[in-house]
Design a protein around this ligand. Structure first.
Ligand SMILES: NC(=O)C1=CN([C@@H]2O[C@H](COP(=O)(O)OP(=O)(O)OC[C@H]3O[C@@H](n4cnc5c(N)ncnc54)[C@H](OP(=O)(O)O)[C@@H]3O)[C@@H](O)[C@H]2O)C=CC1
Ligand SMILES: Nc1nc(=O)c2c([nH]1)NC[C@@H]1CN(c3ccc(C(=O)N[C@@H](CCC(=O)O)C(=O)O)cc3)C=[N+]21
Length: 298
């Protein structure tokens, strides 16, 4: 058996388009397009690529974006000040501070400064609390993308067993809560979990969010299961020539594809969905801040 490939890039393009349509509709009521502000500190090349991609897709969807860049030696106070300025700017709907921040800056302090109603990353304490309590709010993008793709592939997730590998604030924990919200039965695994292979073999859905290239092997996957590979790992690829690299996930794709029913590739799986959910959150934030109903189609 060979798994059906989940085309995250195609689904992301569809969500981008729907967010763009809803954003255009909303522009009539707001008198302006929804606006995302992205803050990038330092000159990490990977972050630069992501931020450019976010800005490009935001603008392609007909929304506006503000990009704020500062050198790596900027003070924490200045970054907090930038965030506060964006909070009080009524023309800004969403604020994203690209992680990781330079070592001398306390990311928690910066995240806490973000107005929760503009927290399109879903990372503030208030957003996390709203998710835990099942209240309306902005949900973290990568986990929301996982749930959306799983639903597309399998239909209702009610009663499905999910093993989430990884318990980070950014991915693992919110992914577990979002699958629970869909009435799945969720187990969270991490570095202290005993016999992870046996555990994942019980799962209808496996979410791999570890950051270890190809850790999840083919025989860890229950036949027919849905495999969502969040990992983005850059590894050497000497077969492509000297000094070349390639991206791989946390799942050994070539093995898992023979066991799974559905699987996301890396690249082209969860990564593009993360940005699509960011655009969606920007439109949702713009509507909620204006006191309007949740836009149709989102
Ligand atoms: N596609 C996308 O848009 C995104 C992709 N990513 C990628 O997802 C991956 C995970 O990111 P993130 O959650 O931030 O990573 P973190 O490093 O914050 O968390 C990794 C988690 O994996 C667990 N872990 C580590 N080793 C093992 C092991 N041997 N067995 C089981 N669990 C283990 C850790 O457990 P413990 O808590 O016990 O230490 C931890 O909970 C990375 O590759 C990252 O690049 C991240 C964000 C967005
Ligand atoms: N505040 C904040 N929010 C984030 O959401 C955030 C962040 N900081 N810091 C870094 C991580 C990582 N992340 C990705 C987004 C898109 C792709 C993506 O589109 N990946 C492409 C490949 C891109 C490439 O070729 O490098 C793919 O998987 O197909 C990957 C990873 C968001 N993150």
């Amino acid at each position: 058996m060979s798994a059906e490939l989940i085309d995250g890039k195609a689904v992301a393009a569809e969500i981008d388009q729907r967010a763009g349509q809803a954003g255009a509709e909303l522009s009539k009521a707001l008198g302006r397009a929804p606006c995302l502000a992205v803050v990038l500190i330092g000159d990490d090349p990977a972050s630069d690529v992501y931020v450019r991609s976010k800005v490009k897709r935001t603008e392609a969807a007909g929304m506006t974006s503000i990009e704020i860049r500062r050198p790596a030696d900027v003070s924490q106070a200045e970054v907090v000040e930038i965030v506060r300025g964006l909070n009080s700017d009524s023309g800004v709907d969403g604020i994203l501070v690209q992680m990781p921040l330079p070592g001398h800056i306390d990311s928690n302090a910066v995240i806490s400064a973000i107005d929760p109603d503009k927290d399109v990353d879903g990372l503030t304490e208030v957003s996390a609390g709203r998710l835990l309590l099942g209240k309306p709010g902005l949900r973290p993008c990568t986990p929301a993308g996982c749930v959306l793709l799983a639903e597309r592939a399998m239909g209702s997730l009610s009663g499905k067993s999910v093993v989430v590998i990884g318990r980070s604030i950014l991915v693992g924990k919110p992914a577990a809560l979002l699958f629970l919200e869909q009435n799945a039965t969720v187990t969270i695994a991490h570095s202290r979990t005993h016999d992870l292979a046996a555990l994942t073999r019980t799962a209808d859905i496996v979410v791999a969010a570890v950051g270890r290239p190809q850790m999840v092997r083919g025989d860890w996957i229950k036949p027919g299961a849905c495999v969502l590979d969040v990992g983005i790992n850059r590894v050497d690829a000497p077969e492509r020539g000297e000094g070349r690299t390639r991206l791989v996930g946390d799942v050994a794709f070539d093995e898992a594809v023979a066991h799974a029913g559905w699987i996301t590739p890396v690249p082209g799986g969860i990564g593009p969905m993360t940005i699509a959910m960011l655009l969606r959150n920007t439109v949702l934030a713009a509507a909620a801040r204006a006191g309007l109903d949740r836009p149709a189609g989102l």
